[in-house]
Write a protein that binds this ligand. Structure first.
Ligand code: GCB
Length: 649
């Protein structure tokens, strides 16, 4: 075995044992296969907010015991969606506490009668804390609003002559000092100013705390002996690809596994047996970001077939696999050994009416806009996005910095053991869910924590070490706005991701100071840490249609001019050690109400309705120019800046 292969195996070993630290079982994306069926429960659910003073009436009366409508009036609530903006009720928009969702699901007879079938309820995102009952029986509980959880409900649905089941989900959006993101409930006790029992939710992050069932709820089946998890890491040895796999099976000790890797034409290029192994792919097609190769985003399919000895095939699962490597040097970010420059955006899962609810229409519009812009990457600011979005990035060759919901960690109390323990768990859930996506090239464990506070050193050392143990194949970062010489977490990151808002949050209106301040920022950070740097946020608000020349704050001209000043320094420093620039933000988004926000944050280069502001055209020109310049593959035809390119998604 070559040393490279040994290190690859060691990496996979760590990845697997890391994942096994606390979590039980895998979290494979539910797919239909010859052995698995799927039933999405999207659509209208019954809904009721618990408006009682202590918000606990639903638990006291046990609303899960009987249909929700029997306890009082219910609303029809679309899933997936945030509940906040669906009605005209201010009380619901700003509601804090428990809301109840309920849906009756009709099950195919096979599912309820065939005891060799396992029926699983999966909730892809319930923000923030969820308790789940099926037919009045408690089946699951989960903390954290952005990652999936499941319950095996086979016994419940197979125990009687049932053809349907009643699913009840209670969700609480309250954020405390130890949740992720953290928040605080403040009781206002001055009776001269506030009514009795008055409280508000405070947060230190800049987006609206939308809540509800934000992604699909699905029921799916597997055989009772089933493929529980697959972990793939890849490496490259000259022109050959290496695919290391590890498969876990549940339900039996005695099984056989066959693994085949198919290329895009459906031809088998490698195969293996057993629950772990290495596939050797001669003359492999590597997974490249789009704009870096004439055939980007190449995906193989890893077909896994499980049988019990001498029995029929009992379970199938197919996983898309991209063969690629990621590495970081003192001044470069490498994908497949070639320097990669991030020219992209920060996003939010956010839109009119649906809030953070998953919506294919919006998702496709956003991908088309990313492509129009020539953006080659984005950060999932400030929480994990829907898996479907990651799958599209794999297919389209768009690179992702995958961020956990560690945003707004600013008070000392949020650096204690309780917070750290939960943060470690969330990283485990995130790595478990997203480890196999070639598009994910780096983990971000937090955004703008108070990383100059004393406990931050230990906190980030532990968090980053743990994340690296979970996945030694990807670099780890967190996004900072601390001073280069005060940041206690920076020594542990692989890439420095720094946010700055020169001439916006200070030196208002003084565009002329940006270049000096930005140059100093880069030079100080690099001198202190000798690590590649990404300008992970920069931007200015512009209210679409506001024009002012010479530029004034909030006009489209000011936003554009501010970006141009940043670009001029970025153009110097990207020749040295700056490896990326991500604009804040892709689109305007909803925030809490404050005097600093005009119906949300307006730093989008697109409006919330996805119409371009002047700055979008500037960035489009820049990104396509960067794509042409940084393209290493000189035989490619020049990419047109404003022309149409064939859509090869
Ligand atoms: C930041 C935050 C981001 C905010 C942005 C702003 O530094 O990371 O969540 O929305 O600034 O516009 O203030």
């Amino acid at each position: 075995m070559s040393p490279k292969r040994v290190s690859c195996w060691a990496a996979l070993g760590l990845l697997l044992c890391g994942c096994a630290l606390a979590l039980q079982g895998g979290m494979l994306f539910p797919r239909e296969t010859p052995s698995r069926e799927l039933k999405a429960l999207d659509g209208l659910w019954s809904f009721r907010a618990d408006l009682s003073d202590n918000r606990l009436l639903g638990f006291e009366q046990q609303w899960y015991r009987r249909p929700l409508r029997e306890w009082g009036p219910t609303l029809d609530m679309p899933v997936p969606s945030s509940f906040n903006d669906i009605t005209q009720e201010p009380e619901l928009r700003n509601f804090i506490g428990w809301v109840w969702y309920e849906r009756e699901a009709t099950l195919p007879q096979r599912w309820t009668q065939d005891t060799r079938m396992r029926v699983v309820l999966r909730i892809n995102s319930a923000h923030y804390y969820a308790v789940v009952w099926v037919n009045g029986i408690h089946v699951a509980e989960h903390e954290g609003g952005h990652l999936p959880f499941e319950a095996d409900i086979s016994k419940l649905v197979q125990s009687g002559p049932l053809s349907s089941c009643r699913i009840t989900i209670a969700i609480n959006n309250t954020l405390t000092l130890h949740t992720l993101p953290p928040g605080m409930i403040i009781y206002k006790t001055d009776t001269a100013m506030y009514p009795n029992g008055y409280f508000v939710q405070e947060t230190s992050f800049d987006f609206f705390n939308y809540a509800g069932l934000h992604r699909s709820v699905v029921l799916y089946t597997t055989p009772t002996t089933y493929i529980d998890d697959i972990t793939v890491t890849t490496d490259v040895d000259q022109e050959n690809g290496l695919v290391n796999y590890q498969i876990s099976v549940q339900g039996t000790e005695h099984f056989e596994l066959e693994v085949r890797l198919l290329d895009e034409e459906g031809k088998v290029v490698a195969q293996g047996t057993g629950d772990q192994g290495q596939l050797w792919v001669p003359s492999a097609h590597l997974w490249w970001p789009y704009l870096m190769h004439e055939h980007p985003a190449y995906l193989y399919s890893l077909e896994v077939r499980m049988t019990v000895p001498a029995g029929p095939v009992s379970d199938f699962y197919t996983l898309p696999v991209g063969i690629r490597t990621v590495a970081v040097t003192e001044s470069k970010f490498l994908i497949n050994g070639k320097a990669f420059y991030f020219h992209g955006v920060n996003k939010h899962e956010d839109a009119d009416i649906r809030g953070k609810g998953f919506d294919w229409t919006l998702v496709m519009k956003d991908f088309n806009l990313l492509r129009w812009l020539g953006a080659n990457s984005f950060r999932t600011s400030h929480y994990p996005y829907a898996e479907e979005i990651l799958q599209l990035c794999d297919r389209y060759g768009i690179v992702i910095i995958d961020e956990c919901p560690g945003v707004g960690i600013v008070l000392p109390q949020s650096f204690g053991n309780e917070s750290l323990r939960h943060h470690l768990e969330v990283m485990e859930e995130l790595v478990r869910r997203d480890k196999n996506h070639p598009a994910v090239v780096m983990w971000s464990v937090a955004n703008e924590p108070s990383s100059a506070l004393k406990p931050a050193g230990y906190y980030f050392k532990t968090l980053i070490t743990h994340t690296k143990a979970l996945d030694p194949t990807r670099p780890v970062t967190f996004v900072t706005n601390a001073k280069y010489d005060a940041d206690l977490g920076a020594p542990y990151v692989d890439v420095i991701c720094v946010n700055s808002y020169y001439s916006w949050y200070h030196d208002y209106g003084h565009l002329e100071v940006i270049q000096l301040q930005l140059k100093t920022q880069f030079e100080k950070w690099y001198k202190t840490h000798q690590k590649p740097i990404i300008q992970s946020e920069y931007g200015a608000e512009a209210i679409t249609g506001f024009h002012q020349d010479p530029p004034l704050m909030f006009s489209e001209e000011y936003q554009k001019a501010l970006l141009e000043n940043y670009h001029s320094v970025l153009d110097q420093k990207r020749k040295e050690y700056v490896v990326g620039e991500l604009i804040w933000n892709f689109a305007d988004f909803m925030t809490n109400q404050t005097p600093l926000r005009v119906i949300g944050n307006r730093k989008g280069i697109f409006t919330r309705q996805r119409q371009p502001k002047t700055a979008a055209f500037l960035l489009r020109e820049r990104y396509w120019r960067l794509a042409n310049e940084t393209r290493y593959h000189h035989s490619l035809p020049k990419i047109q800046c404003l022309g149409t390119r064939p859509f090869t998604f």
